[in-house]
Ligand binder design. Structure first.
Ligand code: SUG
Length: 446
């Protein structure tokens, strides 16, 4: 029995809204203050998960975080009952309240970096939750992310969980969105590619001038050290600062890898030739496919608007690969023609499927943002909390749970509603029972 790659998607939380919180993320800023539909967002996500399950892939779920984050608001000096805390925060700054209400944990590509056991010194699967230090609303995630991951991957024989890196921009870490892995079979030791946006401790190095580079080289190196990934199995490569300035705030907005395929835009990296050379030298398999889109094929603007590279590249049970793309790629003629030419060309990709994840896209999160990849051996898979693995029954239960608890409209003013705290906690409490997660939230631990 061989290892496989499971996708753990984030369930969209009940407070999903558009608050314009992410500078450097074009969609987040342009949809700021739009009205959201949390119910539809969660159902769109579940539908994608179910489709991947139906394709024969192992699909897991990761619970959303508790929002509004009353504890974060209390740390900021707002006092009183939950309703008073929410109201006081709104009066001081609607943006602070909105930050503490964001459902951003849905983008589990940012939840953690995961190194499969085949790559690590001690032969365990290593997890480090991302500190997401660059954005206040996202920096609230790592503790609960760690709790949830520990509850899903709860077996010390197979899994090793690390505390997130120090909460500082010097070690800004955005998780698997800046990490991909190449291998021949998932069972093999892979080549882990760590992509960073800037150096934290070295001055006068290239970095973007307009938008923030969220991930530092020092953070990526720390993760590799913690996980016991050796130099010969890792490559550290800098993102092209010019594309960060055009809205490529994570590398997974412009590149995706799977097994022996790296699909990316020619402008993705700072020094592509040297990067490719290092990958070729270190890759241990024989046939490696670099599928490089030129700027003539796809402009950076089209890549950012359609999330062509934020597609999931998955291996089906027959060994062929499929691209799981957002509908935006179908709606843009140039991108649609290009992606079809990729599927028709001589490479392992033979299938293409489009999904409507528009509620997430409007905040800058495509199909690949919504999932955390975890490569597992059969033994490791059997040690995973099976209640978090999607099957037909769990899908039906989760859809019913969303329909019961979620609103179908949320605007910023609604975040003041004290009822939202109660609704959200009631929903999450029920979900932890459904997924047998235990008390992962602070409100359950009091
Ligand atoms: O961190 N958007 C997220 C999108 C994350 C996408 N993930 C990956 N590329 N892997 C972010 O910028 C917007 C929230 C708001 O504006 O309401 C937000 O957090």
């Amino acid at each position: 029995m061989k290892s496989l790659e499971a996708n753990f998607d984030g369930i969209v939380g009940p407070t999903h809204n558009y608050a314009g919180l992410s500078e450097g993320n074009v969609a987040s800023l342009s949809n700021a203050k739009a009205s959201s539909n949390p119910k539809q967002a969660a159902l769109q996500g579940l539908k994608k998960m179910k489709a991947l399950h139906d394709m024969g892939l192992v699909q897991g779920v990761i619970a959303p975080q508790e929002r509004p984050d009353i504890y974060a608001l209390k740390r900021l000096g707002f006092t009183g009952t939950d309703a008073q805390v929410v109201d006081a925060a709104y009066k001081v700054s609607p943006a602070i309240l909105a930050s503490c209400c964001s459902a951003s944990s849905m983008w589990t590509a940012n939840a953690a970096t995961v190194s499969p056991s085949a790559d690590t010194l001690d032969g365990k699967v290593h997890f480090t939750a991302a500190n997401l230090a660059n954005k206040f609303h996202r920096s609230l995630e790592p503790e609960t992310t760690t709790n949830i991951l520990q509850s899903i991957f709860n077996n010390d024989d197979y899994f090793c969980h690390h505390q997130h890196l120090p909460d500082n921009e010097h070690f800004g870490d955005e998780g698997a969105a800046n990490h991909t892995r190449l291998c021949t079979q998932y069972t093999d030791t892979g080549l882990e590619i760590f992509t960073y946006g800037r150096n934290a401790f070295r001055r006068n190095m290239p970095e973007p001038t307009k938008f923030p580079a969220r991930q530092t080289k020092e953070a990526s190196q720390a993760i590799a050290r913690l996980h016991g990934v050796s130099d010969k199995n890792s490559v550290f490569v800098q993102q092209n600062p010019a594309v960060i300035d055009q809205g490529v705030f994570h590398n997974d907005v412009i590149a995706v890898g799977n097994q022996n395929v790296l699909f990316y835009h020619e402008q993705a990296y700072l020094n592509t030739a040297a990067f490719k050379q290092e990958v070729i030298e270190k890759f241990m398999g024989d046939s490696l496919y670099f599928i490089e889109a030129s700027t003539d094929d796809v402009s950076i603007q089209d890549a950012v608007n359609t999330y062509l590279f934020n597609t999931q590249l998955v291996t089906l049970s027959n060994g062929e690969m499929a691209i799981i793309a957002p509908m935006h790629c179908q709606e843009n003629r140039r991108v649609f023609d290009y992606v079809q030419s990729v599927v028709a060309a001589e490479n392992p990709i033979t299938k293409l499927a489009f999904f409507d994840v528009n509620e997430s896209m409007k905040n800058g999160g495509g199909p690949a943002c919504l999932r955390l990849r975890v490569t597992l051996t059969p033994k490791e898979l059997s040690a995973v909390n099976s209640n978090c693995i999607l099957n037909d029954d769990l899908y039906i239960k989760l859809v019913a749970w969303v329909n019961k608890h979620y609103r179908d409209q949320l605007v910023l003013n609604d975040l003041r509603d004290p009822q939202l705290v109660i609704e959200s906690r009631t929903a999450l409490d029920e979900l932890t029972q459904l997924l047998a997660l235990g008390a992962v939230y602070q409100f359950q631990r009091e």
